[in-house]
Design a protein around this ligand. Structure first.
Ligand SMILES: [Zn+2]
Ligand SMILES: [Zn+2]
Length: 293
């Protein structure tokens, strides 16, 4: 058995390739918590902030891992609140058993549902559009998307290679829309560490509603070889976005869009977006989940 390089006591379960560390489950969780706290500082949270984590259409297991990590942060900052927002069509996919008891779970009726498959930028715009409405209804001031540093690099490449410079607004670590901050919760973290936490927490089998079509994955791999060692993904989109930030925004998803509602929102039918709060989903304890009340 290999011992954890940090605590030297417990068995290592994760090899962190960019640092060469071997971490036990507890030290991995602590490292992720620290880096997620640092990522969230980009949204300038207040001591009484409410963080809303939408259960993502394309990476629900990452949203569940973020909820688990933020729950740890909530205990450290007792006046902040963490809410996992679950669209009704995904309520049966939430593995409540792996989530901490006491975490707030709010179910929303969201129409229309996401497309069965789409590019990453469309998926992000879908998740942001409905969760902005959900955040308004709950008075939440920060939305946490389950995006890592690796994902932000991929988004930058998707925007640049597709010639859609307005999509750079979706590659930022933090975007303010109507007074609500939408933040990439794992911006300081490599994707593989988040994936390891998902797996170790038992969330890896939660199926996405929207499967991703990623055109530039090959480019990402060939440029960086190991995407987890990339550090450009945070700075480059910010610098490029600096040239564009006065351009108009889509009134539905908040992304840059020169002509009112963006093309992606139109294609996904979001001009008719409706988001209704249905109620709380209660933690099952040992007996299994209950429906919304
Ligand atoms: Zn350890
Ligand atoms: Zn839009």
């Amino acid at each position: 058995m290999t011992l954890c390089s940090v605590c030297g006591v417990r068995e290592a379960v994760y090899y962190r390739s960019y640092s060469g560390e071997r971490l036990c489950q507890r030290c991995l969780l602590r490292a992720v918590e620290r880096l997620v706290s640092r990522s969230l500082s980009a949204a300038n949270p207040r001591p009484t902030s409410t963080f809303l984590i939408p259960l993502s259409s394309f990476a629900p297991s990452s949203s569940l891992a973020m909820a688990r990590v933020l729950w740890g942060a909530e205990r450290r900052f007792p006046r902040t609140k963490v809410v996992l927002a679950v669209p009704d069509f995904m309520a049966d996919r939430v593995l409540l058993q792996g989530l901490p008891e006491g975490l707030s779970l709010e179910v929303f009726e969201v129409r229309p549902p996401p497309p069965g498959s789409a590019d990453l930028i469309s998926c992000i715009r879908y998740d942001r559009a409905w969760s902005l409405r959900a955040a308004e209804s709950l008075g939440a001031d920060i939305i946490v998307l389950p995006l890592s540093r690796t994902d932000l690099t991929l988004l930058t490449l998707e925007a640049l290679l597709s010639g859609d410079r307005d999509a750079l607004s979706d590659a930022l670590r933090s975007l303010s829309v109507g007074g609500i901050s939408v933040v990439a919760g794992a911006a300081e973290l490599e994707r593989e560490a988040l994936a390891a936490l998902e797996f170790l927490s038992g969330f890896a089998d939660v199926k996405p509603m929207c499967s991703l079509k990623i055109a530039s994955k090959g480019v990402l791999m060939s440029i960086f070889g190991r995407p987890e060692v990339d550090y450009g993904g945070l700075k480059i989109p910010e610098v490029l976005f600096g040239q564009l930030k006065d351009r108009p925004r889509c009134s539905i998803c908040g992304g840059l869009s020169p002509g009112g509602v963006c093309t992606r929102c139109k294609v996904m039918g979001l001009e008719a977006l409706s988001v209704k709060r249905l109620g709380q989903l209660h933690h099952p304890g040992p007996g299994g989940p209950e429906g919304p009340s």
